[in-house]
Design a protein around this ligand. Structure first.
Ligand SMILES: *Cc1c(COP(=O)(O)O)cnc(C)c1O
Length: 331
């Protein structure tokens, strides 16, 4: 694995800290719970997309793109971070946002990530739920080409092999920090959606022979579908880093028991997890990803999945800007 050779825009605040959640650990009386602060990566309130965009936007720059296009749900963190990168690079951006959740409240439609998208100076086209967003993006890109632009398109969540490189790197960063801290992490847990985070991380963990099991908590798809999708991207990411066959199907483990009604709809346990972390640790989770993943981790701890002497690392993937789009879910 040699990823230093890939072009990269070093905009992120890296490495992100790892902290012990002392109060949460004693509250739950389970294993030691640690948190990897990928909510602190910088770029428009931070989050996991910064790591992916460092590689994706460097590729856009290499291709002399003058406008970047991407897709996401209305409150997409990926969209917000993409337009922040474009702003700093001095190129245009264009977003295609899908009202995937059907939530129709003014803060959801205009506040949170949407407010920040607009502040960064992008253009937005809205689409109803279940639109073929890839096709819509291709149509928009073709229109721009015919007008003489050089568009660069990024798939939803920045989840392709180039984007996943950001999380190959994150895995090696975690392994180094574990050595420095002298903490042998026995599990890594995080939210999985468009698959790039888990695919990159499983590739990086295998590539460093770290043997730390990784668990993705799904925010959308059923276990089998999500595992297959993560595995497929991990396989192509492994090829990109010259290690074909590095990841086995059995390395990819997803728990889809915490999705609830669907993508972007917080469950009661999601809201409880957000309030618990805010009140015990002063840390803000988000209603779509990290809150759901933390709700899953808390439930698994309560069910006795981990021993007291274990060290579980929760990767906080960010998304806190989304809280301001979800005010109606908090009393
Ligand atoms: C996109 C996102 C995720 C999921 O990462 P994927 O690479 O899409 O699986 C998790 N948390 C937050 C806050 C995100 O924005």
């Amino acid at each position: 694995m040699n990823i230093a050779r890939f072009p990269r825009l070093r905009y992120g605040h890296l490495p992100t800290p790892i902290e012990l959640l002392k109060n949460l650990t004693s509250h739950l009386k389970g294993p030691n719970i640690w948190i990897k602060r990928d909510d602190c990566t910088g770029m428009s309130t931070g989050g996991n997309k910064t790591r992916k965009l460092e590689f994706l936007m460097a590729e856009a720059q290499d291709q002399n793109a003058d406008i970047v296009l991407t897709v996401g749900a209305t409150q997409s963190n990926h969209a917000r971070q993409t337009v922040a990168f474009a702003a700093r690079m001095g190129i245009k951006s264009h977003l295609l946002l899908e009202n995937r959740t059907g939530i129709d409240d003014i803060n959801y439609r205009q506040n949170g990530n949407v407010l920040l998208d607009q502040l960064h100076g992008t253009t937005i086209e809205e689409h109803p739920a279940d639109t073929d967003m890839d096709e819509a993006m291709e149509t928009a890109a073709n229109r721009l080409r015919s007008e003489g632009h050089k568009p660069y398109t990024i798939p939803g969540g920045g989840s392709n092999p180039v984007g996943a490189l950001g999380y190959v790197n994150a895995a090696t960063e975690i392994v180094t920090q574990a050595n420095d801290l002298g903490v042998p992490f026995t599990h890594i847990v995080h939210a999985t959606g468009s698959t790039g985070t888990q695919a990159g991380m499983v590739t990086g963990l295998k590539g460093t022979h770290s043997n730390i099991p990784l668990l993705g908590i799904s925010v959308r798809s059923a276990k089998n579908i999500q595992e297959e999708n993560v595995f497929r991207l991990a396989a192509s990411t492994s090829e990109l880093v010259d290690c074909p066959g590095l990841v086995s199907r059995s390395d990819v483990v997803v728990d889809s028991n915490y999705v609830g009604e669907g993508y972007g709809i917080p469950t009661e346990a999601t809201i409880e997890a957000i309030e618990l972390l805010a009140q015990k640790e002063g840390i803000l989770l988000d209603p779509v990803y990290s809150g759901k993943a933390m709700a899953g981790l808390i439930d698994l701890i309560r069910k006795g999945m981990f021993n007291h002497n274990e060290n579980v690392l929760f990767v906080h993937t960010g998304g806190t800007a989304g809280l301001f789009g979800y005010t109606s879910f908090f009393s």
